[in-house]
Design a protein around this ligand. Structure first.
Ligand code: ARG
Length: 462
């Protein structure tokens, strides 16, 4: 079939080249945004006296019909170069001459830049709502496990006691920042490129502010060349998506560890685990593993997009068609992961006894013992040395710090008194972490209250 763009050229495109050039199989996702953009454009053209009101009405009705037929499944988006051409061809087939006027004072270059922004804005709305849902799950879990003592780790070695609530709330901070990054990226993306046309603007006296306002943009892009060649918003969003995936992946990794036989800190509901086809005893955390695995593809989407852009001269180049699969995949992967991760996390039940038992081994109260001595007037470095010796003795004798008698302690330092046992009691150890943001319950309660306020405030989400 002859192309709509067949102006100078006469020959037909080679079949493989035609397929290669076509983006409709993936950019058909943007049909709603393309139609919304075209309706706004037609209304503006009429308001500015560039087309007649009657033509604008025909265009709008034609586009409404196309939208309805796509949504009902009566019209399949296929056999076209891209979604923009498909809809314009459909429109002209349906309404005739008026359809041919829609593309006045517009190019596919500003059209695609517009559609992509609108589309991503919608997806960001979904992602923000999913982040909010996950934050609510984390908040509820943290409330539930406010007194569950567990070992906090560094180097995956037991380090200091914390509560499961405090540990979970660390993830809340990450997802709060993610919500902020999405909102921030959208605020920079939310300028309309419509009217930049091919690259230089147009000779028609169009009203870009009018289409921008109709489509919910904060304003218009200031330079027409930038308007059609900028894909920073794809990169920014993919970077934000990548970080969401990093956070989900780290969380997944911990869930995988916690639900292993080695840790036995937690269990997931059967709804989010799978069995093995051969080993009847298995309960695998496949969902968490998939989330962890999918982080890689989103990073790939980001790197691919950055690399695609880096050598492009201004303004539009067809390389930029490659932005779509990457950013669609990034957004869709994040959405899929968040959709399964939040209810999976909600199903997590902690085995608080095992957590507590693990915290009882591994000398995670050794820092507290050193602090005890320091508070009795011994310099921290000296205290650290004394306690190091005590830990070595315990390991040799297969004992915990709690097992040693006061005499044994006093043999190491006369500063020890019987109140030392209180200082190494795990609950006390956690409670004494009174510094701002620390593991103590006052801090945890404060974090929970702040998280509640964050979730309740619409301003924190796009
Ligand atoms: N399908 C194209 C894309 O995604 C639309 C823009 C085409 N513009 C052009 N000058 N060929 O980038």
């Amino acid at each position: 079939m002859a192309k709509m763009w067949a102006g100078r050229t006469e020959g037909l495109l080679d079949k493989d080249a035609d397929d290669f050039n076509s983006s409709v199989s993936f950019d058909k996702r943007m049909y709603k945004e393309d139609i919304a953009g075209s309706k706004a454009h037609a209304a503006m053209l009429a308001a500015c006296g560039i087309i007649s009101g009657e033509d604008a009405k025909k265009i709008t009705e034609g586009l409404n019909g196309i939208l309805k037929d796509i949504e009902s499944g009566a019209l399949l988006i296929e056999n076209a170069e891209d979604v923009h051409m498909f809809i314009e061809e459909q429109l002209t087939a349906r309404i005739g001459e008026a359809g041919k006027k829609l593309h006045t004072a517009r190019s596919r270059n500003d059209q695609v830049a517009l559609d992509l922004r609108l589309y991503l804005r919608n997806r960001c709305g979904e992602i923000s709502a999913l982040i909010k849902a996950l934050l609510t799950v984390i908040k509820d879990k943290a409330e539930e496990y406010k007194t569950a003592i567990m070992p906090g780790y560094t180097h995956l070695q037991r380090a200091q006691p914390v509560t499961f609530a405090h540990h979970l709330l660390a993830y809340a901070e990450m997802f709060k920042r993610d919500a902020g990054r999405i909102k921030d990226a959208v605020s920079r993306m939310n300028y309309s490129p419509l009217g930049c046309c091919a690259l230089a603007g147009t000779t028609y006296n169009i009203d870009r502010q009018m289409t921008a306002a109709a489509l919910g943009f904060s304003g218009v892009t200031a330079n027409s060349i930038d308007g059609v060649s900028d894909r920073d918003f794809c990169v920014e969003l993919l970077a934000a998506f990548s970080l969401i995936m990093t956070h989900l992946s780290r969380f997944s990794e911990e869930i995988i560890l916690w639900t292993s036989w080695e840790f036995k800190f937690a269990e997931l509901s059967d709804a989010f685990t799978t069995g093995s086809s051969i080993m009847p005893q298995k309960k695998n955390s496949d969902m968490a593993e998939l989330v962890r695995g999918k982080a890689g593809r989103v990073y790939g989407d980001l790197m691919g997009t950055l690399t695609m852009l880096k050598g492009l001269p201004l303004a539009y180049n067809k390389d930029m068609q490659e932005d779509k699969e990457a950013v669609f995949d990034g957004a869709e992967t994040v959405i899929k992961c968040l959709k399964v991760f939040a209810p999976m996390a909600a199903s997590l039940r902690a085995n608080t006894e095992n957590m507590r038992a693990a915290a009882g081994k591994g000398f995670i109260n050794a820092t507290d013992l050193a602090d005890y001595l320091t508070k009795k007037g011994i310099p921290f470095r000296t205290a650290y040395k004394i306690v190091g010796g005590i830990v070595a003795k315990c390991i040799k004798e297969n004992k915990t710090l709690e097992d040693l008698s006061l005499e044994e302690y006093r043999a190491e330092s006369t500063a020890f008194d019987k109140d030392l046992y209180e200082s190494i009691d795990l609950l006390n150890c956690v409670e004494r972490r009174i510094s701002e943001g620390g593991a103590g319950s006052a801090s945890v309660n404060k974090q929970l209250a702040a998280l509640g306020e964050f979730i309740a405030d619409e301003k924190n989400f796009y």
